[in-house]
Design a protein around this ligand. Structure first.
Ligand code: PDD
Length: 289
């Protein structure tokens, strides 16, 4: 049976959940979202996801319509519907529907809250084992990429260009610097050190990114948050992409050229092992989330 979705206070079958055509999410992409993995019945880093949601809402001049405990209660009811296996929870808050289409934000408006969950679809283990191809593309997104906005047309087109060229992801270059993927954060290895760009308005502060840095720090693996020039990206010994759905994915070919020796590198193997251990402890409930 399909799990119910949550819409504005009600749990109902997806086909019975309807939103107004005047909703500003539909008309303007005026809203924000989160994707939260759920491992072994536990929402992964919920507090971090809710903090990022607060930040995204603040960035678009919206108050959070729910308190964190209220979100937690609803999200836990959602995930109880799929008692076995891991899942991926999607939530979005849009500004809601008003009487007319007007770019300027109206004063009185009820937000639309929507949540759905589905069994987790992990990256193909064969792909993680062998690595994927990526291409570089100019980052033509706006200057507020730290807001997790539902307005994803630029990301959609960039990712599709990558797929059209037989690659799994587009790595985005702005002013000569690599920022992140179309839907993932970026890591490289140079001189044996893990490097990822510093947080800024040009990339999303990924929850997986932060966990990778935490695991590196706890396991004496040197890392640095620093600029990655396009040249540095091309010269990297390893390149990885991270996200809630991809976890850590090695890139073994960039713009048709082999990265390192064309195989997932030793630091990737170490970090991906640490990530897998962390996930199993989460599934078993033996580690703080
Ligand atoms: N995207 N950067 C961008 C542009 C993203 O869209 C994502 C995730 C990330 C990684 O963030 P996190 O580790 O918190 O998932 C970085 C999600 C998965 C999506 O849009 O489906």
């Amino acid at each position: 049976m399909q799990p119910k979705v949550y819409l504005n206070g009600r749990f109902l079958p997806a086909e019975e959940a309807h939103v107004s055509v005047m909703d500003r999410g539909f008309l303007f992409g005026d809203g924000v979202y989160e994707v939260i993995p759920c491992y072994g019945g536990r929402l992964f880093r919920l507090a971090h996801h809710l903090e990022r949601l607060d930040h995204s809402l603040q960035g678009i001049r919206m108050a959070n319509p729910l308190s964190h405990p209220a979100w937690q209660e609803i999200l836990e009811r959602m995930i109880e519907q799929l008692p076995s296996g891991d899942q991926s929870v999607y939530l979005q808050v849009t500004r809601g529907a008003s009487g007319k289409r007007d770019h300027a934000i109206p004063g009185e408006i009820e937000p639309t809250i929507f949540i759905m969950t589905s069994p987790a679809v992990y990256a193909d283990p064969a792909k993680i084992g062998s690595g994927v191809a990526a291409i570089t593309l100019q980052d033509n997104r706006w200057h507020r990429c730290n807001i997790k906005a539902i307005t994803l047309l630029a990301n959609v087109l960039l990712r599709t260009d990558a797929v059209d060229q037989g690659a799994a992801e587009a790595i985005l270059i702005r002013d000569g610097k690599a920022m992140e993927g179309a839907a993932s954060n970026l890591f490289i290895i140079a001189d044996g050190i893990i490097i990822t760009p510093r947080k800024s308005e040009h990339l999303l502060p990924g929850i997986t990114r932060d966990l990778v840095l935490e695991l590196a720090s706890a396991n004496d693996t040197p890392f640095n948050e620093a600029e990655i020039s396009e040249q540095r990206l091309k010269d990297a010994d390893e390149i990885w992409l991270t996200s809630s759905t991809k976890e850590i994915m090695p890139v073994i070919e960039l713009d048709g050229v082999r990265v390192g020796n064309g195989k997932p590198g030793p630091i990737f193997l170490k970090m991906s092992g640490l990530y897998a251990d962390y996930k199993s402890r989460l599934q078993a409930g033996t580690v703080e989330n």
